[in-house]
Design a protein around this ligand. Sequence first.
Ligand code: HEM
Length: 228
Amino acid sequence: MNASDTSATMTPASTPFSTLIRTASHEAHTEAETSTFMSDLLGGRLGVEAYARYTEQLWFVYEALEADAERLAGDPVAGPFLRPELLRRAALERDLAHLRGPDWRATLSALPATRAYAERVAECAREWPGGYVAHHYTRYLGDLSGGQIIRGKAEQTWGFSRKGDGVRFYVFEGVSNPAAFKREYRELLDGVLADELERQRIVAECKRAFALNTGVFRELGEEFPLSA
Ligand code: HEM
C-alpha cells in the first residue's frame, strides 16, 4: 500500500467539506424525509392544523438561529454564513398570523423535542460557532432545497396562494437564483475556518441537527396520528 492509499482510508483531506457534510448526513436526511409525519404531510393526508403546528415549531428553531445573528455576523467562523436574505423569522411570523390569527403568540407552544432542538441551537450560537454552522447548514440549505417541495404541497393541499401568506417561510425573496446561492454556500463550507478535527465535530453536530429534527417529527406524528 502506498502513501496515497493510506490517506484514502482516513478522511481524505482532498474531499471538499461541503461533500463531506452532505455525504455524512445523507442517511439522516432520508430518515427525516421519510418520517411518518413528513410522509403524511406531503401525502396530503393531514389537515391544515398539523401544518400550522409544524410551522409553530419552526418558529422556535428560527428564533434560536436568528436571535444572535447580529453578534455572530462578526465571528470569523460563523460570520460568512450569516446572510440577511436567509432570515426566516419575519416570514414565519406572517405565516403564523395567517394560520392562527393576529393573536398567534398567545397560543404558541413548543413540543418537548422542539424545546430541546432550540436549546441546542441557542447553546451553539452562544458558545460554539462551528456547531452553529452545522445547524445553519442543516436548516437553511434544506429550506432552499426540500423546503420548495413542502411549499408546493402545502399550496396544493390547503389552498394557500402561490408563494403567499401561509408559505412565506419557504419563499426566499432575496435569493433570485437558488442553485447559484447553494453553490456559493457550498464554497463557504469548503472554506470554513476549521481544522480537520473541528470539521469532524461540525459533521457530528450536523447529524445531531438532523436527529433533533426527526425528534420533532416524531412528536408531531404522535400529536397528529392518522385514523386508520
Ligand atoms: C420531506 C421532506 C424533505 C424533502 C422532500 C427534501 C428534499 C431534498 C432535496 C431534493 C434536496 C436536494 C437539493 C439539491 O441537491 O440541491 C435536499 C437537500 C437538503 N435537505 Fe432536504 N428534504 C426534506 C427534508 C429535510 C429536512 C427535515 C432537513 C433538515 C432539517 C433537510 C435538510 C437538507 C439539507 C441540509 C440539504 C442540502 C444538502 C446539500 O446539498 O448539502 N431536508 N432535500
